[in-house]
Ligand binder design. Sequence first.
Ligand code: DAH
Length: 360
Amino acid sequence: MSADEPQALEQEALAAIEQAADERALDEVRVRYLGKKGALSVQMKGLGKLPPEERKARGQVLNALRQKLEQAIAERRAALQAEALQKQLAAERVDVTLPARPERQGRVHPVSHVWEEVVEIFADLGFSVAEGPHIETDWYNFEALNIPPSHPARQEHDTFYFHANEQGERKLLRTHTSPVQIHTMESQQPPIRIIAPGRTFRCDSDQTHTPMFHQVEALVIDRDITMGHLKWTLEEFCKAFFETDNVKMRFRASHFPFTEPSMEVDINCTWEGGQVKVGEGDDWLEILGSGMVHPNVLKAGGLNPDEWQGFAFGIGIDRLAMLKYGIPDLRAFFDTDIRWLKHYGFTALQIPTLSGGLSA
Ligand code: DAH
């Protein structure tokens, strides 16, 4: 019996399928037998030359064979895929029962930890997290936030500028997280409730300033939003963040171009032995800027100020970390000194949750 006979062909093809060591080999086998010029197709073509009585019977045999081979190939393919997956799983196996290595001295940076704490608190209040680019245009960082080119607030921002591009436009490193307000208004419809934690940059460096620092922006937009909503939100945040109901807050009239009215918020503290303690004593410490979103900012974000109102605030994350965890010098945050990190950092399992405790 030669491979020209269906039976021999079947045996030969099934053996080849079984021996195919991977999907590529299996494909070759498929082409060899079932492809346009494959062995089975050649036999099919030969049917025309047979006398009609034989042709029918032979045709049925060949069709059945085709189905059988197709099924065998599909089964082999599934088996090969399962095998490949098992191999990959075995190769990527991690023994999660291994003890943590004691020589690992890395810690979660206080900024990362406080960032997570802030996200946790606001997530619980129904806020979601938004992001924006570090490299911004003048429009997003200033103009859309009601800070036109001649505005004195621009000087306060000590902006890092890039060289002008071919169109004469100078990009910049965002000096605050407020541009995320505009991006958010552009990308989603109110009601909006977001916070935007992230890096910010200013050309400034001393004991309380670093060229890169962190802020968290908050933006709420809806119908009938009032200062009451803003005050309540800030009170809830402060109580949750400092983990005490006793923290006293003072709201002071202030000025920001992107809010009207604007206020700065202070919390009470003491300075015993040169160390600040929050939620005790009669001294005041400024922690954030806030206000009702200026109509011009709503317009820049494509919203009708007669229809929508909102509040916004911005907090320094590094400053929050210094206050809550008694860290005296901001510059040490970015010195990457392992001894400092061991002292002030958090272990990987100290994930802040409201149920388990933020700083626990
Ligand atoms: N963007 C301000 C800054 O970096 C902080 C700020 C103040 C943000 C008031 C706000 C706000 O959203 O309402 O100095």
